[in-house]
Design a protein around this ligand. Sequence first.
Ligand code: ADP
Ligand code: MG
Length: 704
Amino acid sequence: MMGMVSEYFGSMVFDDRAMKANLSAKVYASLRKTIDEGEKLDLGVANAVAAAMKDWAVARGATHYTHWFQPLTGITAEKHDGFITPSPDGGVLMEFSGKELIKGEPDASSFPSGGLRATFEARGYTAWDPTSYAFIKGNTLCIPTAFCAYGGEALDKKTPLLRSMAALNKQALRILRLFGNDKVKCVRTSVGPEQEYFLITKEMYDKRPDLRFTGRTLFGASAPKGQEMDDHYFGAIKPKVAAYMEELNEELWRLGILAKTEHNEVAPAQHELAPIYTTTNIATDHNQLTMEIMQKVAARHGLVCLLHEKPFAGVNGSGKHNNWSIATDSGANLLSPGETPYENAQFLLFLCAVIKAVDDYQDLLRLSVATAGNDHRLGANEAPPAVVSMFLGDELNAVLEAIETGAPYEGTKKTKLKLGVDVLPKFSRDTTDRNRTSPFAFTGNKFEFRMLGSSNSIACANIMLNAAVAESLEIYADRLEGAMAKGAEDFETALHEMIRKTIQDHKHIIFNGNGYDDAWIKEATEQRGLLNYPTTPDCMPHLLDSKNVNMLTRQGVYSKAELKSRCDIMLENYCKTVQIEANTMVDMAKTEILPAVEAYTLKLAQTASAKKALDAELACRYETEAVRKLSTLTDEIAKGVEELECALAALHLEGDIITESYAIRDNVLPKMEELRASCDEAETITAKEYWPYPSYGDLLFGVR
Ligand code: ADP
Ligand code: MG
């Protein structure tokens, strides 16, 4: 099987090989220019590309095409159109024009726009992103696109992502030119997202309304065994899971997705998939596809793939590590220390740009990963805390400290630059990747942003990261270009001073200790003044803080109206998610849990009275105690349901979405926890055959 991979890898992608094979040399060259340098595509070329793409797709069984896009709902959307058009002789022709390739007009009215689209103008349009290759899924040719309203406002996550990449490219090029790099044509960010997930059997999933409606268990007492033995992480993969992974890899490889490593994660039934990194917009498309295909393949194996951030209480949740770096078109990684003093100064400048960006825009990074689901992870002693900090490792820290204090760094040989850093040590991954508790860790030649939730689109985090780094670079470039105009000496002085000042001003964001420690949160907030936004309602409104609006509009990543719409949509999403969970709990407790507990209580009471009828002296202490306990719990559950219903009813009185989200956080979620606590306790006393749902033990250890 493995031997064939090279033959089928990317076979369902209209990639560079397919383009070369199916386009004329002239058309290929002009498409390549569009892809590599953002040159505008003319309609003649588009027509030729569309025709070739259609023939290629039809030869692989495609009958339809779709503009595949990523609306603000967080999933992907597609509307399929057939290639067929009637032919004059009464038959059909398979047709696909350049116009259809470049632009689509889906009815946008049912996608959230946060007020961006006037109701009378339901249409939006999709525009081809030629840098992300088209691919075939089932019988459909999928064309990756951006999705906008007719006024030009972005209705999706792709458009701002592309804008953020363009912003970073522009500023990074200015810096590179200052360092004498005249040949670099463009700078792109790359991402390799490590994706965590759970696999459970379909049979058990079907028996749990909470999983079906909300993706997570809303009830469930802990299993006797959890993850305490640490025997699952990197452990042997069970045959059923291995078969799943094999088929998943094959499907992903056909789509040109470089799925590379897979292993068990910390929690039982938890696994991870990591692809080889690629350009950020492509990585984003690939991650969306990966999540979709993970679920599809699971269904074929009688399994369900859970992508929720916290499917099980008391067991590690699932995240997504966003490995991020910046590279030139010739492949030079700008976050990799170099060989010469100039390269190293340049590396330090880019490093400082990231440090400054992460510190200045902690709030944006935090809110870029905020969802109701991820709120259960961040700060729960398993995932990074909700406080953003950076880990650089001892070696790099020593370098920065030396620069800040002006002391010679001991690894330095001879000093050519005022910076005092001639030769930087090669940062081996082993020494830098130790700290797994940091939200934002330097791992040798890339940063790993670890706060993303497993179901998050990686677009949001990368938009904020790219924009914030572009902003730092712009400030640096403005200053350095001015100095350079006065001569090389001034440039070096300014460079040194700026790096030193960045370290001085922003070192409070650097933390190399244990991020899971409560003492750290205290130090971070009380001594260092770092931001701590534990929940979505805490952080999301800060999207509209003037500092953030100014930066994101200045970088051309979002308009003010777009930001307002995102804030509303994200908060609405949060409120709806929790309300659905609360309604599901009410429903489960009323119609299944309470009747089950009552039935078992009755059974115990009947047993006791039958015993007494037989012989009044017979011991019935167990039955009596259990009935007493269950009766108390029954009343507690009923009261919990009532209070939760009240909290939900009161939500209708709230005015705006921000106030409503506070009410959810303060009134609804705590009531959900109370109700859960009494139900979970009842589960531990009720006979298994009476309990309506598979237990945590069944769910977590059910796949063999
Ligand atoms: P781990 O973090 O588990 O030690 P690796 O460091 O091997 O694993 O890689 C994790 C992810 O980081 C992979 O998806 C990999 O492709 C990605 N990655 C490696 N180098 C880079 C880079 N320069 N830019 C972005 N992602 C990268
Ligand atoms: Mg990692």
